[in-house]
Design a protein around this ligand. Sequence first.
Ligand SMILES: [Zn+2]
Length: 271
Amino acid sequence: MKRGAGIFAIRVLRMAVGFFAGLSAGAEENAKPVVIAVDVGHTLEKPGATSARGRTEFEFNVDMARKVKTVLEQRGFRAFLINESGASIGLADRPALAAKEGANLLVSIHHDAVNDKYYRDWEFEGRPQRYSDAFRGYSVFFSEKNPRAMESRMLAELIGQAMREQGFTPTHHHAEPIAGENRPLVDPDRGVYHFADLVVLKRAEIPAVLVECGVIVHREEETALRDPKVQDRIAIAIAEGITRLVRAEESQAAGAEPAPSDLASPAAGAK
Ligand SMILES: [Zn+2]
């Protein structure tokens, strides 16, 4: 049994007093809804990674971001997408758009690739493609340069935990000591990394995390990530992590001591 994140969360909550006071994830009358910015990673012009079968990361990100928004709205949050159209905006424009819309939290949706040295060539439907079956799994990033770094880390832990509960496994390949990786893996069990200079995270003035939902250059994982049922489980996990952070903040604001089970125990997700 792993209680690290729960204990960590309580420590953070004692410091993050009442950030969400007066806000609510529920549908209570007169309560101001918590607003979540769901950022669609990359643009049409620079679409990020290319999957093992030639689909762009941007397309995966749009599909997943829409699902996350839907689940959040079902839970009583107000949610909006950043750059659903794929316009060529800058990285710093994303947190700026979140601020303009009054967002309380930001989650940036991405799909993962691997270091160049792991790629192999193959053909899919008559076209040459590149793939790597070396790594699969999800990752969650936060930045210590975000002014709300403690809550950002807690949100990353809670989303990582919820991904585990939905049956997903984290990948550790971003911690490999090679150029382009070498990211501090602060919670291997939950797939949480620290990545100081991710612009979308460090420039946000609200708690912010980036989720790599899975590795689309891995042939089997790509197939899974195209399955709407798998996508639903990822969207639920991301929304669940957000919900737990907001609930924990609410009970903190109300003066109650949050129980570790409200934050990060595996049982808390089974509703
Ligand atoms: Zn990406």
